[in-house]
Each structure stands twice: as C-alpha cells, then as structure tokens.
Design a binder for this molecule. Structure first.
Ligand code: TXA
Ligand code: MG
Length: 310
C-alpha cells in the first residue's frame, strides 16, 4: 500500500480492530500490532512463528507515550532518548504493566523505541496507542528492508504492508538495558557502544543473552538466508571470481563504510534467496570496531543451518 493519508487511516483503524500491519521503520520493516491488545499481540507470535519467551519492542511517538508504558523517569533514559530518539535505539526499562503481558513475555521490563520513519510516526499518531513491532520476518530468517522482501507467508496474514521505501539503516536497532546496574547493550546496531558511552559518560557492558535465554536478534542463528553463508577472505573470493567472473553468489567488499554496507546487506541476501543460491559467499569486511554490528549479523547468518526449518 502506498502510504497515503487514506491508507494510513485504514491501517490505523485495522490496528485498533486488532489486525496486524507491516510497517516501514528506519532500521527494518516491522510487524505491528496494538501493544495494549493481548489477542493482537498473540497473533504476532503466531505469524512470525516466534517462540513465546521472546519479548517485543514497543514503538512510541516520544517520551510522553513512553512514560505511559515504562518507568522512564531516570537520568540515563532521558539522556539517551533526547540524544538518539527518534532513531534506532531501543531502551529497556521497568514496565508499568499496561502493555499486553505477551509483549514483555510476562517479564518486568519493556523495550521502548521512538522510530524515525515518518510513515510509522504518522501511523502511531493516528492509532494513539503504542505499537508492538518485531522485525517482519519469520523467526530466524532475514529481516526485510524493502516492502518487496516481506515473506508471502506473512503477507497472507496481515491487513497490509505500508511501503515506505528502502530502510535507511538496514539492520535492527541497538538494544540497551537500563535495568542492570551498568547499562548493558543486548544487541548491536547503528548506535554504537561508543555513542552510548559518550552520551552517558559510562562505558556500557555488552552482553547478549544468547547463552541463557536465546531471543530473536540475539539467537545465535538469525538473520539468515536460506542458502548456507560462507565467510571468505578477499583472496578466496578472487579465486572464485577467477573461475567465473560475474558470479551472483558472492558478496564482495568494495571499500564501503559500515553504514552503507549494512544498508544494502539484507536486501542483497534476500535477492540471493530468491535465486535459491547455495552456498552464498561473503567477503569478510574489515575486523574493526565500527564494523561490529555488521559482523554480529554476518556471524549469525553464517552459523545458520541450510535446513528450511526456522
Ligand atoms: O530495529 C528494530 O528494533 C526492529 C524494528 C521493527 O523496530 N525491531 C526488532 O524487533 O528488531 P525484534 O523483536 O525482532 O527484536 C527485539 C529485540 C530482541 O533481541 C529482544 O530480545 C529484545 O529486543 N527485547 C525486547 N524486549 C526486551 C526486554 N524487555 N528485555 C530485553 N530484551 C528485550
Ligand atoms: Mg527480529
């Protein structure tokens, strides 16, 4: 659906009736529902085939709406929200218990994010309620960064897809937990550990919970195309390309900066999936701090099994 005022209104009404809508964000497309409606939230888990122990991110239109959902009355939260919202930072705080229980997987904390895509901001405004929205992929698969990449299995179960164009960032938001005694980053994204350190004056820890409670985005196998991903050195890639110079199964590293590399990564992999390429070769990008969010995604993708099972 083109994001006209009329379509946005139809989508807002659908969400308030308990339906799901695929929405653009600046990171990846999301599968959105009214966070206050337990049945609608339940459907997110069904449609994504997502295990129930994984909490969802709640999307708000600013600090005021955030304060109705979680305990945001703390210095660190306000500093981060003022510095990075609207934007790709999800902040975990104590929940006020107003969102459907499944949003927080029955836990005492909630992840909040004010996205900066104008289409989603307009939709939240029209709905007047916070929207729970995980990435719009089947569990462990690639997150879509273009409307055209949304899985048909998801399409058949939602009211519609609001097409907001190509996602500006292309990988999921950074998730930072403020309920531990030192801010702890659970997932790396466009906002780096260094960005958070500069803002708070404290170096956050980085520990993803995958060893104890595997969750989407932190699950060891995630963001994976169907084909097996093999990370190769530039020399190995050269050999492959010597055999066949125009191979579509190799993602080369062409000196891009990490942000532009991240932006194109999932759409490139989605294209390779459509061509049923297996294996998929990815040339290792530089092993430097600015690349850590990209490396996190590449490692997870390359750990995937070749099986079709999520
Ligand atoms: O960029 C994004 O964050 C996208 C777009 C749609 O906003 N959303 C997204 O959601 O990636 P999802 O559900 O695929 O990933 C949510 C991440 C997971 O790693 C989950 O474990 C973590 O956030 N999370 C959510 N609520 C949490 C909570 N209360 N405590 C700890 N982690 C939480
Ligand atoms: Mg996800």
């Amino acid at each position: 659906m083109i994001p006209s005022a009329e379509n946005l209104q139809l989508c807002a009404e659908a969400i308030l009736r308990g339906e799901l809508v695929v929405v653009p964000t600046e990171t990846v497309y999301g599968l959105a529902a009214n966070a206050l409606d337990p049945n609608a939230v339940e459907r997110i888990y069904e449609v994504k085939r997502r295990p129930s122990w994984n909490p969802l991110i709640v999307h708000v239109n600013g600090i005021d709406m955030a304060s109705t959902v979680g305990d945001v009355d703390q210095d660190a939260f306000l500093k981060l929200a003022r510095a990075f919202w609207p934007g790709p930072l999800s902040i975990v705080v104590r929940s006020r218990g107003v969102v459907a229980e499944r949003v927080t997987s029955g836990g005492k904390t909630v992840a909040l994010r004010h996205p900066r895509h104008p289409v989603l901001c307009d939709l939240i405004e029209r709905c007047g309620v916070p929207l729970a929205a995980p990435s719009a992929n089947i569990f462990t698969r690639l997150s879509p960064t273009r409307a055209a990449d949304v899985d048909p299995e998801i399409l058949s179960q939602v009211f519609g897809v609001l097409d907001g164009g190509d996602c500006e960032i292309g990988i999921e938001s950074t998730v930072v937990d403020l309920t531990s005694w030192i801010p702890n980053v659970l997932r790396l994204g466009d906002i780096s550990l260094e960005d958070i350190r500069e803002c708070l004056g404290v170096t956050p820890t980085f520990s993803s919970p995958e060893s104890t409670t595997p969750s989407p985005g932190t699950h060891p196998v995630h963001y994976a195309p169907k084909g097996e991903v093999r990370l190769v050195t530039p020399e190995e890639a050269k050999q492959l390309l010597n055999i066949a110079p125009s191979r579509s199964d190799v993602i080369e590293y062409q000196g891009q900066d990490p942000k532009s590399y991240a932006k194109g990564l999932y759409s490139r992999l989605a294209e390779m999936d459509r061509l049923n390429l297996n294996p998929i070769y990815i040339v290792r990008p530089p092993d430097m701090a600015e690349w850590s969010a990209v490396w996190d995604r590449l490692r997870r993708a390359s750990r995937a099994k070749t099986s079709d099972e999520p």
